[in-house]
Design a protein around this ligand. Sequence first.
Ligand code: IMP
Length: 185
Amino acid sequence: MSLYNDVEKVLVSEEQIQQRIKELAGEMNAIYSDDNPPLLVCILKGAYMFLSDLTRHLTFRHELDFMEISSYGHSTKSSGIVRILLDLAASIENRHVVIVEDIVDTGNTLDYIIRNMSTRNPASLRVATLLNKPSRRILEVPVDFVGFEVPDEFVIGYGLDFAEQYRNLPFIGVLKAEVYQNWDQ
Ligand code: IMP
């Protein structure tokens, strides 16, 4: 059980996440229908679990696509340099698009994604993020659907990683300091 022993505290429980995702899906079901279906773009890797649970509660027909953006590597600090590692498979021209993100922290990543996708002329572009850390924002970015606001702490679980680990935890938690302090030195 060492994975769970590394967790200092749980910030958002599994039950809270599942309840909130149902509510977010309800907000989307009120906006989209089979007449104006969006393409859901999952930002890998962190948003895979959020996307998976979210889509189960959507009642309109929709397609999925995936984009992978460079991550923090083994650090808990953003480098500010954003790169596309995997691009969309299909064109988004004249299509409604919902970007599905795990967390908006400084806003660098989302700002890059929005600017990049806007050049491809989608019919509309909205953003859903499970977590929002507004206290860390450097760039203002529009977010349409937000699961939870979290404090300025590095969080893991429910898709979010530290050094590619802990994504499978069913809750959002904070690691014990001793787990990551060696990496940042
Ligand atoms: P931003 O560019 O600073 O907004 O960071 C966005 C990306 O960094 C997210 O999509 C995550 O992949 C990662 N990230 C930011 N904060 C955290 C965190 O607290 N835990 C895990 N990953 C994070």
